[in-house]
Design a protein around this ligand. Structure first.
Ligand code: OAD
Length: 257
């Protein structure tokens, strides 16, 4: 399917789901997880950083790594893909944005009610009692990737404060997951952008959408596995999303926002 054909679907769709992965943020300078050479899991050991056991074993290593990632996001700007997705909401009857990303770049570009399936770097909570950590975290010093930083303590129970992201072995937050599933099953166009589609249950969403009759389109510069009757647009998120929104709605977005 070409940009023109997907743009035609966009124009007539009643409910569009945009589903993003790390590839949607990489043009903002946020690394993906699995790209050869640049992916986070190429350089860091997930088993030492992205499980509850790892955090309890070495809280300051783990907290320091997530602080490094949070600071990178603070310093980054939304890219043209985030901007085009926010613009899309002004043109289609209903848009649901579902992301696997733990940054806040969709919101900073203007998207509202974003469903975060894998949590957020910006909403830490107590590992013991689960209460949200309200005190602001530092915004001024960019730690190195391997810096050890003591996590704060919970003001309610003195437990350690952990990053608000979903770790390996943990279930997805219930509300976001059921909202995402409901949107996938109700939409007529499902656009998946910049994800390798290997992490479940998130990767199930395009299947659910397709199973209920939605048109499913994948956008990626690398060929990803596309099942029968799903479509693929090859290219970077910023280029393809800008072209789609411009072509469908005559918007005047630039791919280099
Ligand atoms: P991955 O790193 O697995 O995949 C990123 C995808 O983005 C790849 O398919 C790339 O080809 C593609 N990509 C790279 N540059 C792009 C660009 N400019 N435009 C569009 N696409 C581009 O990241 P995710 O699929 O998001 O989990 O990973 C899923 C989950 O695995 C993450 O949410 C994280 C990780 O472990 C948690 O944090 C729980």
């Amino acid at each position: 399917m070409s940009v023109t054909e997907v743009a035609r679907h966009l124009k007539t769709a009643r409910h569009v789901v945009i589903f993003t992965g790390a590839g949607a943020s990489t043009e903002s300078g946020i690394p993906t997880f699995r790209d050869a050479l640049t992916g986070l899991w190429e350089h860091f050991d997930a088993s030492r950083l992205a499980t509850a056991e790892a955090f309890r074993a070495d809280p300051s290593l783990c907290w320091g790594w997530y602080e490094w990632r949070r600071h990178k996001v603070i310093q980054a700007q939304p890219n043209a893909a985030h901007v085009a997705i926010a613009e899309l909401a002004r043109h289609v009857p209903r848009l649901t944005v579902v992301t696997q990303n733990v940054d806040n770049l969709h919101e900073r570009a203007g998207s509202q009610a974003v469903i975060h399936l894998h949590g957020s770097l910006h909403s830490p909570r107590c590992i013991d009692c689960g209460v949200a950590h309200q005190a602001p975290l530092s915004i001024d010093v960019l730690p190195g990737a391997g810096a050890r930083i003591e996590p704060p303590r919970c003001t309610m129970c003195e437990g350690l404060v952990r990053p608000g992201v979903v770790w390996f072995g943990e279930t997805l937050p219930e509300g976001p997951w059921s909202d995402a599933l409901a949107a996938a099953e109700a939409c007529d166009l499902f656009v998946s952008i910049g994800t390798s589609g290997v992490v479940y249950p998130a990767a199930e969403l395009p299947l659910r959408a397709h199973g209920r009759g939605a048109t499913v389109v994948h956008i990626n510069p690398d060929r990803v596995e596309v099942r029968n009757q799903e479509f693929f647009l090859e290219g970077k998120a910023s280029d393809v999303m800008t072209a789609l929104v411009n072509e469908a709605f005559g918007a005047l977005l630039s791919p280099r926002s």
